[in-house]
Design a protein. Sequence first.
Length: 502
Amino acid sequence: MCGMPSGESTRASVREPELVEPTREDEVAEAGSELIGGPLGRHALLGASWWSPVRVIALVAIGMFTLGLIQKAPCYNGAWFFGAGSQYTHACYSDIPHLYQGRGFADGLVPYFDQLPDDMQYLEYPVLTGVFMEVASWLTPGSGSIQDQEQWYWMVNAGMLMVCAAVIAVCVTRTHTRRPWDGLLVALAPAFALTATINWDLLAVALTAAAMLMWSRGRPLAFGVLLGLATAAKLYPVLFLGPLLVLCWRACRWREYGTALGGAVVAWVVVNGPVMLFAFDGWSKFYTFSQERGVDFGSFWLIIAHNSSDPLSTDTVNTLATLLMLLCCVGVAALALMAPRRPRFAQLAFLVVAAFILTNKVYSPQYVLWLVPLAALARPKWRDFLIWQACEVAYFLGIWMYLAYTTSGDDHKGLPADGYHWTIGLHLLGTLYLCVMIVRDILLPERDPVRRSGDDDPSGGVLDRAEDVFVLGPAARPARHVAHFDGPGVKWHEAGAPSDSL
């Protein structure tokens, strides 16, 4: 039965903890710190200068984003406009310049209301992303050649997306208050820099990161509003409501969940409602296109299709992918209710979004952006993060080399289908590897890097140190210690700060 939290269980009773420095607990971070003078010493003046973790990480994120822009220079200087294969051999493709004219922005057409002259008929993006694209077109000079305009359009979008990248880095840095330096995982992620300007996904990722920050601060309404806006920009953020439901069920935090859900629904309706009412055909294009789209790049469904004499129909793949996703969600829910200690919100959010990516019929290279902030919060371990990033960079190069091969005619320049399938496999294995490590952390919480340092669920907001009310199976029994574990055991009290076990 749900009850009011006691005075001892409130966060106000917990003394302000010290910051966790990765160079003191992560071997890879310690080794990498040699490039900037070595690990922090006991006499380091933390917080005594302008260079706070938030400012440093924001500047690093902007610097890496700029390197990503430089990587697109061969395309900006001509590969987008002259010769289809060149943008693939230089691995610098972006949807942004091509869709300036292809979706009617160059001609002043209004998204969702004005029909396009080609087979697409209407803009196939969610409403808030369409607004973002339209605002960028207003800021693009209408004079000069179409190439000049497309270059300007990409640069304007890049500037707006850079703001989103900085917001993501800052939000991740501030979500786990004792672990601000984990934000460097986001700022330095190579796949993040390489894919940031392929499409407009960073808008939804930034809104989602801001929502996670609000939930960690115990503000469910702000979380819900931001998550609703994120879902109006990209569909995947709605998945967060599933893990949150199970966690709030376990902790009996129904009021906060209801507030978050209500805020998300209202925000989504406010953005989508006017377009839905006055331009339903244009509004629904995103959903019908997603349903009708066939098996595409990056999925294991594509490997099956390429190696089958009788490929599955789109309807069959849709059904099977949906069933697989539902099965994964049931597994995550069971894990959340049966784990010896309630999982952290970021852990379950990563698992659910990763399940969607792994089972979906398409994996565009920029989808990795959805997972990067969640990975930094769910598994802040440099070794595992870099293994996963290496797999994603391999896939990033693989898809462009495969497209170079398919567009080079008889020259066969690039990567044939068999080689591309190997890069898909690397992407799938890298993501699965990170999922396995997170599941292990949930089942053996003393191996969780966040909980080893004494925290419970710093991104959990009202869930942090909350008592369990509804549990199943092993959750009803005390957590066992890890066999052959060489670090200190940690006891999580129902109230107050953690203490080392003897």
